[in-house]
Design a protein around this ligand. Structure first.
Ligand code: ATP
Ligand code: MG
Length: 685
């Protein structure tokens, strides 16, 4: 039998209990890594339902990454019985936003079946818009994309952007922004940032909508609060300003998304906006050994602090932290792989007990090869995810077109995949015609006027394609939507196309397998939580649409298709590791210019890199190993590497160096470290 909520509460320490029990006003839990903040959130959800009798439908818990949301969901569902958790929202901020948009399409002025543009779609659209003024390169597009994204995160509308633009570049970006927003709307599409921006603007400007959502969500819980950006904070504030019933937990030392618009000062703003805020601090760490914790505390003490925190642990000192210096990056990855192999046996650990963390995804490539070589099962998060594969992009484009025929990017991706002999000339004329008439490519195909622009054969082929899609859509509406989608793949013989366009049959087979996995996934997602979308009147087809939207969202969040809790070594960036914990952690590439990253050194944002290292270190429960290479390939050349300054900031007596000939006494080591840093700084200044 599972423990009662009273028993669960007793397992928490008095401060945690206070945070769980405090339900009449706003509550902030501010505490360091591993102190049980997420545990407070999960227990509190169960407490609200089981002790306070709140309906799960009225509770929304949000966090930042899919992985963290999934983990939270698992922890909560382990505490709830039967249908107690029915209708509970535990999701990312963006999924919550998506659900609000889905429930408010009319108020937002969108048609049903809107599309979610992924960053590639956004780039394509920006390229079109920017090329009108001048020939632009990829760098300029990226730059404008990030400026627009920042504006959206800060709730700056195109008009405001234009009137505040000070430089010529900003004015240009603001004009593109204006056109971009207009075009997205015309495509009935939203981008990733809109998932937060649109709900915020709606709730701000539309009192009825605000009232609807306030009635729907009575209690909010936010994990990793330090990484909220302005619009996310506004969303929480608007939903909760009346009832003032929310719990947010965070750690300013783990703020690592400033580059994406996160505002750790939201911690302070919260106290100003909600004077009744109850602040709870937690100080006991339940995750890591004393040595690991001391290293983390010593490192982060080098940063200035909003609030001072002291963390202690009763876990015993444990093993020293190992620093392994290797000749080059290949030796580094070789070392990590072979150590995992032997340690697994020696310490009787499972594969999943190991995590390898790194600064950039590129570091994983070599590691993957080594792990494959040793036949070590692993799971790579982010990077080349399932969703970035060509066949998945194709299948997704079909799905997107099925829910929104006006999705021109989806149309263009697959109109000729598999081959339908629709050439670039035809498409260009079609595009011109569609632009002139301000309609989508799909509906342009069906207009009579097109016959004047294109030869009859071309018109017929386009017609056949749109007919095909409409036929599938009708079958979806008429009954088993998933079966209709599977039939579609078979009827157009996508498999044959894969075989023709892939070098080896085994690869084609695997790719087709991926497509089926995607469709299975879609089916599961419909069955698993038909009411995850908050619009409860959903019909069957609506729920296909909802499930597809969720898939597109996952795609954007770069998730692996399989909910994979099998026994594998976890490979993740330090950014993606936030909130997670593993018995044995390897941190790779502890070198200047890698961690801290070169760009951060140049931009003077080393403090954020230090927080990133802090996040990485505090993921470890029992052992922590840091590796670095003396030489690494960069820009096609072998470069000498300098050990990271962060190594010099760790307590020398807790470190055990390997592979370094010059075992110095700690004092000299620190001196040398300092002069190396000074030397490097003067080089960079
Ligand atoms: P992070 O800042 O990394 O997100 P956190 O503050 O959210 O960490 P949790 O993940 O909630 O910390 O907890 C860390 C570990 O400590 C988990 O394994 C959790 O089960 C355990 N834990 C939390 N509270 C207690 C407690 N009162 N007694 C024993 N173990 C606890
Ligand atoms: Mg946490």
């Amino acid at each position: 039998i599972s423990p009662t909520i009273a028993q669960r509460l007793r397992k928490l320490n008095p401060r945690q209990q206070e945070a769980v029990r405090y339900i009449d006003g706003p509550c902030l839990v501010l505490a360091g890594a591993g102190s049980g903040k997420t545990s407070v959130i999960t227990t509190k959800i169960a407490y609200l339902i089981q002790e306070c009798g709140m309906s799960a439908r009225r509770i929304a818990a949000v966090t930042f990454t899919n992985k963290a949301a999934r983990e939270m969901k698992e922890r909560v569902s382990g505490m709830l019985k039967g249908r107690e958790g029915h209708g509970l929202t535990v999701s990312t901020f963006h999924t919550l936003g998506l659900n609000i948009i889905r429930g408010e399409l009319k108020a937002l002025g969108y048609k049903p079946g809107f599309s979610l543009f992924d960053p590639e779609d956004v780039k394509a659209l920006l390229r079109d818009l920017m090329n009108k003024d001048a020939q632009v390169d990829a760098d300029q597009i990226n730059q404008v994309q990030s400026i627009i994204s920042n504006w959206k995160n800060d709730l700056v509308q195109p008009g405001q952007a234009l009137s505040h633009a000070s430089s010529e570049d900003e004015q240009f970006a603001a004009r593109v922004y204006e056109a971009y927003v207009r075009h997205l709307k015309a495509y009935n599409a939203v981008d990733f940032d809109d998932l937060i921006l649109l709900p915020v603007v709606l709730l701000r400007d539309n009192p009825e909508a605000l009232e609807r959502w306030r009635r729907k969500i009575h209690y909010m819980l936010v994990d990793e609060y330090q990484d909220t950006n302005t619009s996310q904070y506004m969303l929480v504030r608007m939903l909760m300003s009346e009832r003032q019933t929310f719990t947010v937990v965070g750690d300013d030392d783990q703020s690592i998304y400033a580059w994406r618009g996160a505002r750790p000062e939201n911690l302070v703003t919260l106290g100003e906006d909600f004077p009744r805020l109850n602040v709870v601090k937690l100080e006991q760490n339940y995750r890591s050994t004393g040595t690991i914790l001391r290293a983390a505390n010593t490192l982060i003490a080098n940063n200035p602090h909003v609030y001072d925190k002291t963390l202690w642990s009763e876990m015993g000192m444990g093993d020293p932290i190992r620093i392994v210096v290797t000749r080059h990056e290949e030796a580094e990855t070789e070392r990590v792989a072979s150590e995992i192999l032997t340690r697994r046996i020696k310490q009787k650990a499972a594969w999943r007990d190991f995590a390898v963390l790194y600064r950039g995804n590129f570091q994983a490539r070599l590691l993957e090869l080594k792990l494959q070589h040793y036949q070590i099962p692993y799971k790579l998060s982010g990077g080349t995810s399932f969703f970035s594969r060509g066949e998945i992009k194709d299948a997704m484009a079909y799905l997107r077109l099925l829910i929104n025929p006006a999705d021109d990017n989806a149309f263009l991706r697959i109109v000729n995949v598999p081959r339908r002999e629709i050439g670039p000339n035809t498409l260009e004329k079609l595009a011109n015609y569609a632009t002139d008439r301000s309609v989508s490519l799909f509906s342009a195909c069906q207009e009579m006027g097109l016959a004047e622009q294109l030869p009859a054969r071309a018109v017929e082929r386009l017609g056949r394609f749109t007919h095909f899609i409409e036929g599938v859509r009708r079958r979806m509406d008429g009954g088993d939507a998933i079966a209709a989608i599977r039939d579609m793949m078979r009827e157009m013989d996508y498999e044959a196309w894969l075989y023709q366009n892939t070098s080896a049959p085994t690869i084609a087979e695997k790719r087709m397998g991926n497509v089926w996995i995607l469709i299975d996934q879609l089916e599961k997602s419909m069955k698993a939580d038909p009411d995850e979308s908050t619009a409860s009147e959903d019909t069957e087809t609506d729920s296909v649409d909802a499930a597809i939207s969720r898939l597109v969202l996952r795609d954007i969040l770069e998730q692996q298709a399989e909910e994979d809790d099998s026994d594998r070594v976890q490979l993740l960036t330090m950014h993606a590791s936030k909130g997670l914990e593993f018995p044995h952690v390897y941190l790779m590439g502890l070198e200047e210019e890698l961690l801290p990253h070169r760009n951060a050194i140049e931009a003077g944002t080393v403090e954020e890199e230090r927080r990133l290292a802090y996040v990485g270190i505090t993921r470890a429960r029992q052992t922590l190993t840091m590796t670095l290479a003396r030489q690494r390939k960069a820009f096609g050349e072998l470069m000498d590497c300098t050990p990271s300054r962060f190594l010099d900031e760790l307590p020398p007596e807790d470190l055990e160096w390997e592979g370094r000939a010059d075992r110095e006494d700690p004092e000299r080591k620190q001196e040398r470290g300092k002069s190396a840093i000074a030397g490097l700084r003067s080089l960079l200044d």
